[in-house]
Design a protein around this ligand. Sequence first.
Ligand code: URA
Length: 219
Amino acid sequence: MQSKSNLYDLLGIEEVFTPEESPIHRFYRIKSIAERCKRCRLHSTRTQVVFGFGNIASGVMVIGEAPGGNEDIYGKPFIGKAGERFSSILKEYGIERDRDFYITNVVKCRPPKNRDPQKDEIQACEPFLVAQIKIIKPKLFLALGRYSAAWLLGLKREPSMKEIRGKILVSKFNVPLIVTYHPSTVDHARNPEWRNFALNAIREDLKLFAEKIKEIQQS
Ligand code: URA
């Protein structure tokens, strides 16, 4: 007999899980559901859904805001300027994005003109992120920017980054969480002092993140 899952309730979809379904099969089936999603207005302007990319067996998840222009075209998160900066800093610390973590966003479709994601869009997309977390079962999160930090901390408002970055917090999933500035902060900074501050802060936070990943890999 087939049983209805929590995800059925969450997504309101006419699909059922079979108890014998493997986590990987389930993951890719949820991805295919996401690819047909029309739960918010962003479906009408997207080129494609950017579900996420990376190693789902790594036990580590990085969560950003929303896809930008390049991501919308190629279907992979963090492949524009901000993503390149992020990946190259991590490489210096011995971390490879496709091998050492899974990366996704709180919102899976590009907001028009790369505007900030809206509350109802984050809410509409939430079941997909919850499903990804339930299957990946991360031992460590990295939040890139205030939207994913707020979501992972269960806060109603976006927090002040200065207060929450640079340390290990505990997410609402009871999993350790490191928060850093969104890498695009550096590109958008007009003030050179602020730009240097943000870049140094990101470097420090990613060093801590890399150390924690290595601890997880050795345990
Ligand atoms: N910014 C994000 O938050 N996510 C992406 O995938 C790309 C840019």
